[in-house]
Design a protein. Structure first.
Length: 164
């Protein structure tokens, strides 16, 4: 169980590095707002990996529950929210998870998406639009780093309690 926890945290860190590379180095050169969505995907994967690592460490004891929590966002989020708050995660952290999950779901379901200047626009079937900018992604990336750090700290703190 510990290996999968460490693997998830490693994946979270790697995804954050990829997101930062895309946003800070690649985007200014390529200047393609479609990269904003790629960054959002990497940031989302990073924070969900950190969330799942936290949950694995907390331990869903039976295999079916563990599988459900590590594969299904809604089940994972439902298990994560109360435990995370006990571990010191704040409303901003929870909001980041919800916001990025919403962006990814809207992207998946969107019939129309397009780039406009330094923004990426996602429209639903009624043409209600959500706009994601480079500035938004920089904020999300910064907050995601803090989120992953909190997950690592919570997991490390629990290991110390259990090991001592």
């Amino acid at each position: 169980m510990m290996d999968s926890c460490q693997e998830l945290l490693s994946k979270a860190r790697k995804d954050l590095q990829v997101a930062e590379q895309l946003l800070i180095k690649t985007y200014p050169v390529v200047d393609d707002p479609k990269l904003i969505l790629a960054v959002a995907g990497d940031v989302y994967t990073a924070i969900t990996s950190a969330m799942r690592a936290f949950l694995v460490r907390k331990g869903a004891e039976d295999a079916p529950a563990k599988k459900r929590v590590t594969e299904d966002f809604d089940a994972a989020f439902k298990a994560f929210d109360p435990e995370a708050r006990k571990a010191g995660f704040k409303d901003d952290d929870i909001e980041l998870l919800v916001t990025l999950h919403k962006i990814m779901c809207e992207h998946k379901a969107s019939p129309v998406e397009f780039a406009r200047k330094d923004k990426f626009v996602i429209c639903d079937e009624h043409y209600n639009c959500d706009v994601i900018s480079v500035a938004d992604m920089k904020k999300y990336l910064f907050r995601a780093r803090l989120f992953v750090d909190k997950a690592v700290e919570a997991i490390s703190g629990e290991q110390g309690v259990n090991d001592g």
